[in-house]
Design a protein around this ligand. Sequence first.
Ligand code: PAF
Length: 251
Amino acid sequence: MVQVLRTPAEFKAWRKNQTGNVGFVPTMGALHSGHEELLKNARRENQVVVLSIFVNPTQFNDPKDFEKYPLTWDQDLKIAETNKVDAIFYPRYPDMYPDEYRYKVSENSYSQLLDGAHRPGHFDGVLSVVMKLFNVVAPDKAYFGEKDFQQLTLIKGMVDAFFMDVEIVPVATVRENDGLAKSSRNLLLTPEDRQKAPIIYKTITTAKTSEEAAKALTAAGFAVDYVTDVHGRRFVAARLGAVRLIDNVQI
Ligand code: PAF
């Protein structure tokens, strides 16, 4: 039976009775096989596996995006059970933000580029909630997907900067058969846009330059936020209707 714990105090009381290494997978729910890959890695490498589900409002710069974020609790619970999760931390907003977000963690360099340049405050929200989650869960290892490569890099940086005792484990992006990176946002695509979405991966892996990739995506009907090559990786963010998709590959 998966334990479902709703407040930091409840979780910490449960955590005190656990022995062995704790592997942690933080999520915003709407779990898919990309999340399952994180859970499988956590299960393999730890005695105890914790999943958190919390749609964190402070990382949404667009309130409409927050409102329509998919909620699939029943399915998430099934996925947690199948993957032998020991506990789900499933807090409510006032329990996570008793300070009403007066305190935050921010990074003032890399977080301003790429997605940060298009989503003001996004990474402050991510870093703040991840710090809070780490302080509640006290994991030995935490698992993050490479699809959100900038997020992963910033979280690693935060852990180093604050001497936090948690190992950040990167996990390779899981893709659909047609190449589209698995994402909870894929659920929001219209059937027509779902057909079109794999062009992102195809384009960033085949175009010679980021400019060429951006042009090809625009021609295919995407609203391109950016395609940028940096530190040997190509990063992209592009919108289809109201759905914003991101991806990155090694080049
Ligand atoms: O990647 C996500 O799902 C979120 O950004 C995270 C890390 C769970 C923080 O809310």
